[in-house]
Design a protein around this ligand. Structure first.
Ligand code: SAH
Length: 197
């Protein structure tokens, strides 16, 4: 029973990651055609992105393929897989909404594009960093879908490293570019959790 519950969690995670890429791919292609006018990429940035990729993709991908590290496995539960699938589904829904809303202003990194607009509608009306909210939801989803302590923690850790290395810099960059408009936007929104943080 629990072997198949564990397998169901792993299949759900794989489907979730495929959905992630299907959502992102067209934006990556389109972004190449929009000129970058301000670029704040740095070694720290690249490290943050690499850590997130490692924790949210490489570690769980390796685990699903090989079962390593087996010593950190625990028993899979139906409720956890259901909860994890719901989190992942919510993550992908928010992820898609943020891409649609950012449109041509999207960048994988800290960049301002030609004729960059300040987006404050849709999910951006509730929080300033809804895409990072979706990464957090992915991390929580991963922790519930894959019954392994190391893999569960890796996603949340990857998210935390990316988020905390980046968020202050991103807000500073937005303040420099949009001035009081971003300040006012900051005053009426939270960072990643509506009404809380
Ligand atoms: N932090 C946001 C966006 C992540 S993508 C989120 O979590 O949803 C990163 C790029 O988005 C940054 O390079 C910045 O140029 C751009 N960006 C961030 N917030 C924005 C906003 N409110 N309006 C327009 N562009 C924004």
């Amino acid at each position: 029973m629990n072997v198949s519950v564990g397998a169901a969690g792993q299949i759900a995670w794989v489907l979730g990651i495929i959905a992630w890429y299907i959502i992102r791919y067209p934006f990556e292609r389109r972004a190449k055609r929009v000129r970058v006018v301000t670029d704040r990429r740095s070694g720290v940035e690249v490290f943050g992105l690499a850590t997130a990729l490692f924790g949210l993709a490489a570690v769980p991908g390796f685990y699903v393929a090989t079962g390593i590290p087996r010593w950190a496995d625990y028993e899979a539960h139906v409720w956890a897989v259901v909860l994890g699938a719901l989190c992942f589904f919510a993550a992908m829904w928010v992820f898609r909404r943020t891409h649609k809303e950012l449109g041509r202003n999207w960048s994988i990194s800290l960049q301002i594009r030609d004729q960059h607009e300040l987006v404050s509608g849709g999910p951006y009306a509730l929080v300033r960093h809804p895409m990072y909210t979706s990464f957090l939801l992915m991390g929580v989803g991963q922790a519930f879908l894959l019954a392994n302590w190391v893999v569960g923690l890796a996603g949340l850790l990857g998210f935390a490293v990316l988020f905390f290395l980046r968020v202050d810099k991103e807000e500073r960059m937005m303040l420099e570019v949009f001035g009081p408009r971003y300040r006012e936007y900051m005053d009426r929104t939270k960072r990643i959790i509506p009404y809380l943080y």
